[in-house]
Design a protein around this ligand. Structure first.
Ligand code: ADP
Length: 607
């Protein structure tokens, strides 16, 4: 079969494309692309598709409405989604659908994609959506992979791709260590801008992959791995277009002529920023972000621990070190299965004689693979950390960590000099120093057509909680025959267990297994008092439903805000489980036990 154009085109680079890769990562990205297409068996359809029209509007009327919008934005900035759905890959991702779909790929699709160039044009789109009652769904970069990608929650929504034409770095202030960004600025682009301007005294904070936008990641409360890793906590000031078209600036931005918008996040009065994160209350068109001072030195460290049962005592050792800031960044404890997957080879490579029995990897296979393939050798848990500051300060902190970690029998400090240059350790090292990477993509090659979706409950930093969540995850994965990739990420006073399920998105049975496994884990975790910090579009109703204290008091509050701010219910209906009045109770919600019926809506409101 000849290779398709999507497989052979070169990787787009910065600054030519706002979503491109920096040239220092180009070779690595090319290799990553090869890996993705080597394991892809899913064909790209070539048939023209009929565009999905949002429910409640006649096709002809919708086409006329789009034409009217084209007259305002320029017709080349309004694209009807009637072409074959092309999945692409991380660096050439689609904005029409979820390239890592867990439902049939036609379920969560946009009817059209529009490209505003300014806050005023975003306002015009919002007014247009109100006029025709069209659901709209804003994305910044659309690389929210594992959480729905670029897909809208309501089928046939018009996606507002903010990033393509609004990707300016409006300001970098080298004295205050702040910046002001439009939605299309990726972590890659911000890093490159600091380098280009010679600002080595400032660091950015980046997630595992740097291709997402700073704005999109921050409003979805994503995290990174330097001491500035809580992106929401690190932002200062928003400009937001409300669902009825007005624009507000939050914090000090509300004071005309202020010069503290990016340095004092609160302003005066209620702190309104919170309602614009993980919500559907507004479209963020500008965001202030703080930058970390270069700490004057840094040093990664890695320890391995031999046994599964080391988890509980280790987490109890980590807690005071983390709260006391001896462990200064998000503390990561990863299971050995992840190190194996991060080699970037398909799982079938690890079965002796190719003897894959179809179930989850057994402990024997895992440890045999670790012994044979990992430079650090066999182990069960690996801790990746970073110490910041000049030599003498690091020495003191690292000695404390060493004394504590060695209380676990068999603990081993890894000497980086023994590792190959492309070892995963070095990717963690760069990311914890604010240097974006693309290495993390490797484990997606675990299955053909690899896609991933996350289970990410929050718990106290306690051995008993870690053990309970580990067991819950492992038992449920075993039940559905899914390999288990747990990582504990310790924030400051809480930890997230992050479990990425990697599945073949071209295989309906594996998609269903992944979904069933997730739904079961969410419910079981909630019964034990653990809630998700973030979730995929299709799980949002279920997860929101677990936050049910006081008879669902928080959702009633959210719904009141939604109805007040968005009376026509046009902005991202259903995102984070918040449905506007027009949609509520009409079959849109997707909870556990249902099979995707809530994508299209069961009932109709007429007129
Ligand atoms: P990334 O920039 O990391 O690729 P996305 O652009 O996909 O992430 O954004 C993640 C999610 O956050 C989107 O699905 C969308 O619901 C929401 N979002 C992103 N950007 C904005 C924005 N500027 N205003 C409001 N919501 C946004």
């Amino acid at each position: 079969m000849p290779l398709s154009q999507e497989a052979t085109s070169d990787v787009p680079t910065l600054p030519g494309t706002h979503s491109g890769i920096p040239t220092f990562l180009l070779e690595k990205a090319r290799k990553a692309k090869e890996g993705v297409f080597d394991t892809r068996t899913k064909p790209t359809k070539e048939r023209q598709r009929l565009p999905v029209v949002p429910l409640g509007i006649e096709r002809d009327e919708f086409m006329k409405a789009l034409k009217e919008l084209g007259e305002q934005l320029g017709e080349e900035h309004v694209e009807i989604n009637d072409k074959p759905l092309v999945d692409g890959w991380y660096m050439e991702h689609p904005n029409t659908h979820d390239m890592m779909t867990i439902l049939d790929e036609e379920e969560l699709v946009a009817s059209a994609v529009v490209y505003p160039s300014s806050t005023e044009e975003v306002q015009a789109i919002v007014l247009w959506a109100n006029k025709y009652r069209v659901p709209i769904f804003p994305i910044s970069m659309g690389r929210n992979l594992g959480y729905g990608g670029a897909a809208p929650r309501v089928r046939g929504s018009v996606t507002i791709d903010l990033g393509r034409r609004m990707s300016a770095i409006l300001d970098i202030n080298p004295e205050d260590y702040t910046c002001l960004l439009e939605p299309g600025v990726s972590f890659y682009a911000l890093y490159e801008a600091l380098q280009a301007r010679g600002y080595s005294h400032m660091w950015i904070d980046t997630p595992d992959l740097g291709g997402g936008s700073v704005v999109g990641n921050t409003v979805d409360r994503g995290v990174g791995y330097t001491p500035y890793g809580d992106h929401w906590a690190a932002h200062s000031g928003l400009e937001v277009v409300l669902p009825t078209g007005e624009v507000i600036r939050t914090g000090m931005g509300a004071l005309p002529g202020n010069n503290t918008w990016q340095t004092f996040p609160y302003g005066f009065g209620p702190y309104s920023d919170g309602i614009f994160s993980q919500s559907n209350f507004g479209i963020v068109t500008k965001m202030g972000m703080t930058l970390m001072p270069n700490p004057g030195g840094y040093e990664s460290f890695m320890y391995t621990f031999p046994h599964e049962a080391d988890l509980a005592p280790l987490i109890d050792i980590i807690r005071p070190l983390r709260i006391g800031n001896i462990l200064e960044n998000v503390a990561q404890l990863r299971h050995v299965t992840q190190a194996i997957a991060a080699l970037g080879q398909p799982r079938s490579d690890f079965f002796p004689g190719g003897d894959d029995d179809g179930g989850a990897l057994s402990d024997d296979v895992v440890h045999a693979a670790a012994t044979k393939h990992l430079a650090v050798g066999d182990h069960t848990w690996a801790y990746y950390g970073m110490s910041y500051g000049p030599d003498h300060i690091r020495k003191h902190k690292l000695a404390l960590v060493d004394a504590e970690f060695r209380k676990i029998p068999g603990a081993k400090k890894v000497d980086p000099a023994t590792l190959p240059a492309d070892d995963y350790y070095f990717a963690r090292d760069r990311i914890a120093a604010g240097i974006p990477d693309i290495h993390e993509l490797r484990w997606v090659n675990w299955t053909p057509n690899g896609a991933h979706v996350a289970f990410s409950p929050v718990s106290p930093i306690r051995g008993t909680d870690a053990t309970a969540l580990f067991k819950l995850g492992k038992d449920t994965h075993d039940k559905y025959g899914i390999d288990f990739f747990p990582a504990f990420c310790v924030g400051l006073r809480e930890m997230h267990l992050i479990v990425e399920i990697v599945f073949d998105r071209a295989d309906p049975e594996r998609r269903k297994a992944a979904m069933d496994c997730l739904r079961e884990m969410v419910d079981k975790a909630a019964r034990l008092g653990y809630g998700e910090y973030r979730t995929h579009l299709v799980l949002m109703d279920q997860v929101a439903g677990t936050y049910s204290w006081g008879g669902g008091a928080i959702m009633k509050f959210n719904e009141r805000i939604k109805d007040a701010l968005d009376p026509n219910g046009i902005l991202a209906p259903g995102r984070c489980g918040i449905w506007p009045e027009r949609y509520r109770g009409r079959g849109w919600e997707m909870g556990s036990g249902e099979d995707g019926g809530g994508v299209r809506g069961g009932g109709w409101w007429g007129g």
